[in-house]
Each structure stands twice: as structure tokens, then as C-alpha cells.
Design a protein around this ligand. Structure first.
Ligand SMILES: Cc1cc2nc3c(=O)[nH]c(=O)nc-3n(C[C@H](O)[C@H](O)[C@H](O)COP(=O)(O)OP(=O)(O)OC[C@H]3O[C@@H](n4cnc5c(N)ncnc54)[C@H](O)[C@@H]3O)c2cc1C
Ligand code: FES
Length: 332
């Protein structure tokens, strides 16, 4: 049975101004989801993903939180045009930046809007487990801190189990340093470490944790965009092979010769098609399609769970053929 990756109209129930440039959109949606997941919004003729700041375990309402990105198309359109009562189109929740079945501490590092999925994870971990939870937020200044009071309330409600520390660039001598990351990680090297924020912040935090002796398998990262601004792990297409790639888009079949080193998304574009995509880095799942013939592998997969992969779903921006003839079907 195919999973529902289509778009659903949902009404905005209310909008909460969190900081000068960040708003929470409370949606009239009753979708099942896991803490840390995201929905993908269709707006302005394009697609963008937004994580839930609500927790399915503690919140009755379904909330996403969006920060303006300077010069950004969709985030600014949402802030400038959306009002309570408006309809928006979103996918069902997806993503693998979720809690694992474990009792080890949860230590999170987040910068800016990266706190959105972290708040959801923290609320669920505190409400449904006995785990120790610690969060380091990094922001420009005190006015930029999103969910400061929500995090403070959790610290009050869970004394001895939850600690939040705020790093403010303006008062703490600039950006977070590797030393500060190691200091916050402390001796909890076997914890689950969650990281979400601007790319340089995530890179520094990941490097610092690895240098601190943390196993890479203990580090979970949610990338809000392409790691470098470029597609992840780009490799130039090389030569035509004897194989074929058949793309089924809007019910129509298009077959092109296979090129080694080419993703399905690139093959589709070469066929003159315009399939959906957003991050082109394996993070958002907007480019999802199903392999119905042949086999594929993904270079990066930060968005599909094991069941989806077993069912043949593939991120076309990261998927490439393994067998000579592969058919990839986009949902209508
Ligand atoms: C899984 C996932 C979860 C996410 N969760 C959240 C969340 O909870 N909250 C949140 O706020 N965001 C989240 N994001 C990020 C979000 O999806 C968008 O990427 C973000 O809102 C920016 O989109 P935009 O359309 O406003 O900006 P875009 O138009 O995509 O622009 C992004 C940047 O590129 C620059 N740019 C645009 N066009 C050009 C050009 N032609 N040349 C040079 N530079 C250009 C812009 O100036 C801007 O700096 C998430 C992303 C992913 C993948
Ligand atoms: S476009 Fe985002 S995962 Fe492929």
C-alpha cells in the first residue's frame, strides 16, 4: 500500500509571533507524527519543509515554526501574506530526526530556527521517558532566542532532568566554539546528540563532538538546506551506459538512456521534465518517488525511514540506478 506523500489543505487556526522574525503557525491538522518530523508546504509555486515545534505527546495543537530568511521566497511570503483562516497545502509529516528507543541522555545543540524540531523532541523525551535532557541554544542576542520561555518552563517542570543553556553571540564573545561544545557535552559521550541550525554551526558542533570521542552513530543531524549551498555529494555525469531510466510523471512514461553518476532527478530533467524538488541534498523528501522496476541506491538519505526505503521509495535527488533498467514513479 503506497504511503500518502500528497498535499493536503489545512487551515491556519492562529499565528503566534515568537520573536521579531519568527512565527508559529498553528494548523488545523490532525496528522499522526513523531517528535522531530516535518511537513512540506507547497507555496509560491515551490516546496519548502518546516519542522513541527509541537510534540504529539504533549500538545493538542499541531504547530510549525518559521523564521524569516533574508531574501528567502517562502519564509517571507508566509510572514507577509498568511493570516488565521487561510488554507495552506502540506504533506503528511515525514523525517527521521526522531527519538530513538534508548535510555541514554539526550544532548541537543541548536542555532536559530533549529530549535524547532529540538523543542518537539525535548517535550516528548521529557514526557515519555526518564532520560536526562540538555539543550544548548545559540543565537545572536537575547531578543533572537526562540522558545526561551517554553524552555524555561520545561526546566522548572523537570528539575534535575532538564537543563537549558543559552549562548548569545553578542554577550558570549562571538559564535559558539568547539571548546564550548565539548564543555556542554561533558562526560556523556554515550548520549544521543541532536544538532540542528546554520550549516557552519552544525559542522563545528559535529567536528567538536567527534574530536571529543563521540561515536558518529550517536550524532543525529537535521539539515535545513543543502550542506554547502550546493547539492550534496555532486558528481559529474559521465558516460551513457546501455541501461535505461524510465520516469513516470503525471501518469506519463518517459525513457532516457542511463548516464553513470546521474541521479533520477537529473535524468528526469534531461528528459525535459520538471519533477518536484526543494533542497537537492537528501533532507526534505519533496523529490520522493517509488522504484517499481530495477534497483536504486541513495547517496544521502536524511528523510526516509527504513520501511519507506524497503517499500521502494527513493529521494530522486540522491537516487541512482544500480540495475540496467530502472523505472521510477512520481505520485500524482
Ligand atoms: C527537513 C527540513 C526542516 C526544516 N524546518 C524548518 C523549520 O522548522 N523552521 C524554519 O524556519 N525553516 C525550516 N527549514 C528551512 C526551510 O525549508 C526553508 O529552507 C527556509 O524557510 C528558507 O526558504 P525560503 O524560501 O524563505 O528561502 P529561499 O528562497 O530558499 O532562499 C534561501 C537562501 O538562498 C538565498 N537565495 C535565494 N535565491 C538566490 C539566488 N538566486 N542567488 C543567491 N542566493 C539566493 C536567499 O537569499 C536565502 O539566503 C527546514 C528545512 C528542511 C529541509
Ligand atoms: S529535494 Fe530534498 S530530498 Fe530531494
Amino acid at each position: 500500500m503506497a504511503r500518502d506523500h500528497g498535499f493536503h489543505p489545512v487551515r491556519i487556526r492562529r499565528i503566534v509571533q515568537e520573536t521579531a522574525d519568527t512565527r508559529t503557525y498553528v494548523l488545523d491538522a490532525a496528522f499522526p507524527y513523531r517528535a522531530g518530523q516535518f511537513v512540506t508546504l507547497r507555496a509560491c509555486g515551490t516546496l519548502r519543509s518546516y519542522s513541527m515545534s509541537s510534540s504529539p505527546d504533549t500538545d493538542d495543537e499541531f504547530m510549525t515554526t518559521v523564521k524569516r530568511v533574508p531574501g528567502g521566497l517562502v519564509s517571507n511570503w508566509m510572514h507577509d501574506h498568511l493570516a488565521p483562516g487561510d488554507l495552506v497545502e502540506v504533506t503528511l509529516p515525514a523525517g527521521v530526526f526522531c527519538l530513538r528507543e534508548t535510555t541514554v541522555p539526550l544532548v541537543a545543540f541548536c542555532g536559530g530556527s533549529g530549535v524547532t524540531p529540538i523543542l518537539s523532541l525535548v517535550k516528548s523525551a521529557l514526557a515519555t521517558t526518564d532520560r536526562q535532557v540538555r539543550v544548548l541554544t545559540a543565537d545572536r542576542d537575547a531578543d533572537s532566542v526562540i522558545f526561551r520561555s517554553a524552555l524555561a518552563e520545561l526546566a522548572e517542570r523537570y528539575p534535575g532532568r532538564f537543563e537549558v543553556r543559552h549562548h548569545l553571540d553578542a554577550v558570549d564573545g562571538g559564535f559558539v566554539t568547539a571548546e564550548r561544545v565539548r564543555d556542554f557535552a561533558g562526560e556523556d559521550r554515550d548520549a544521543d546528540f541532536y544538532i540542528c541550525g546554520p550549516t557552519p554551526f552544525m559542522d563545528l558542533t559535529e567536528r567538536a563532538l567527534l574530536d571529543h570521542g563521540v561515536d558518529p552513530g550517536q550524532i543525529l543531524i537535521e539539515r535545513f538546506g543543502s550542506a554547502s549551498g550546493e547539492p550534496a555529494d555532486p558528481r559529474p555525469a559521465t558516460q551513457e551506459t546501455d541501461g535505461t531510466v524510465t520516469i513516470v510523471l503525471a501518469g506519463k512514461r518517459h525513457t532516457v538512456a542511463q548516464h553513470s553518476g546521474e541521479t533520477f532527478l537529473e535524468s528526469a530533467r534531461r528528459a525535459g521534465l520538471a519533477p518536484p524538488f526543494s533542497c537537492e541534498a537528501g533532507n526534505c523528501a519533496t523529490c520522493i518517488a517509488q522504484v517499481t522496476e530495477g534497483e536504486a541506491k541513495m547517496r544521502v538519505n536524511n528523510a526516509l525511514d527504513d520501511d519507506e526505503v524497503a517499500d521502494g521509495w527513493v529521494l530522486t535527488c540522491q537516487g541512482e540506478p544500480v540495475t540496467p533498467h530502472v523505472t521510477v514513479v512520481y505520485e500524482d
